[in-house]
Design a protein around this ligand. Sequence first.
Ligand SMILES: C[S@@+](CC[C@H](N)C(=O)[O-])C[C@H]1O[C@@H](n2cnc3c(N)ncnc32)[C@H](O)[C@@H]1O
Length: 412
Amino acid sequence: MALSTVTSSDVQDLLNEVNAAGSELTNGHADAGPLPESGRLLAAAQKLTARLQNPVERVLEIVGQSHQNAVIRACSELGIFELVPQSGTVSLQELVDKTGADRQLLCEFRDGPSFPLSLPLRKLLTLRLIPLGEPLFPTKDRLMRTLTATGTFTEVEAETWCDLYQSSLKLPQYLQRTAYGTKPDPDGFRTPFQYGENTKLNIFEWLKTRPEQLKTFNLAMEAVSFRTLQSIEVYPFGTELGLNPSSSEDEVLLVDVGGGHGHKVAAMRAKFPDLKGRMIVQDLKETIDEIQDPKGFEPMVHDFFAPQPVKGARAYFFGRILHDWSDEDCHRILSNTISAMRPGHSRILLSETVLPDTGVPPLATLLDIHMMLIGGMERSRKQWDGLLAPMGLEIVKIWGEDVNIIEARLKE
Ligand SMILES: C[S@@+](CC[C@H](N)C(=O)[O-])C[C@H]1O[C@@H](n2cnc3c(N)ncnc32)[C@H](O)[C@@H]1O
């Protein structure tokens, strides 16, 4: 480990930070909820790692990330992830027999004449997706078990690779063409995604023309909901929406706009079984058609760029919708909702990230770029205010710390 550019007092300060965050976590003095607690320790540990790492090696690691992603894709296509068992081990010979891949490709852990072919498994081991239990016998670790148990890894990886890598690789070219965001693209591509895929459709219209990819996209959205499902914990749906003596079974309690397969509403129903009133999940036809067994909600085909047909619901819920869109598109979506809202009764609930003004966590930064590729963005409190206020909407409260629900109502 190269310490040449690091002083021992730097290291000591960072170690103190790690220790302080560690004792906060183990002594339970941190805020409620597991994510904020481990988040502080993780942030401190990452700072320490970054300080200790040789900067040149770090740069090489960063620029090599796209190679790693390509290797992971190749392994995914080979079916390696499914073949490594949830518990126990699998021999490399078995992997060779079942995948039909070259033994050298899978078995070679060291650089050698077969270096280019030896990458996949070796890389996965380096990435710690498949830790080496005993020589030649990989087993899944906790991360790998979790990922493959829920299909999360396969779907999220496939979705990102298939839908966004082209645009990501062509981003520099797109930015040049648009004079770094100051001019329209000469051929009218509105987003890096459109340029990368050579299409004038937005990503959701484009997915409609690729049914298999759309299925993977929707499963990936459910898979990554583990975090945003926590928004159901941060907003007191029971007291805020439910405990009104005038509630009736027929009243629409909540419309989940762009709700995908309805996983959030199903989770709300499970958490608040006594909530009276109807819950409606709206999405594009192709996605609504995939819902087979709606649990506690009514699926409805609705394009959110058209006026909201369900009038006077208590809540219009948008889970990770507005971050997909530019301010201009968000205004179109919101004005279609506002026309359906009953003043003093309806509210808009946005399950979205609220970026801090400084010290944006690395994952949020990455997601911001992810959204930029398709024409959207993650927003700070100031940006949320700036988006909603001109529409006559007022943020009445931002619920949650790490996972947020922004509650907005019509200004009186
Ligand atoms: C990022 S996903 C979020 C899904 C879900 N709300 C969640 O939190 O997991 C965006 C959703 O918006 C839907 N969508 C995109 N364009 C739409 C439109 N014009 N009208 C209705 N839904 C749309 C997509 O089909 C997809 O389900």
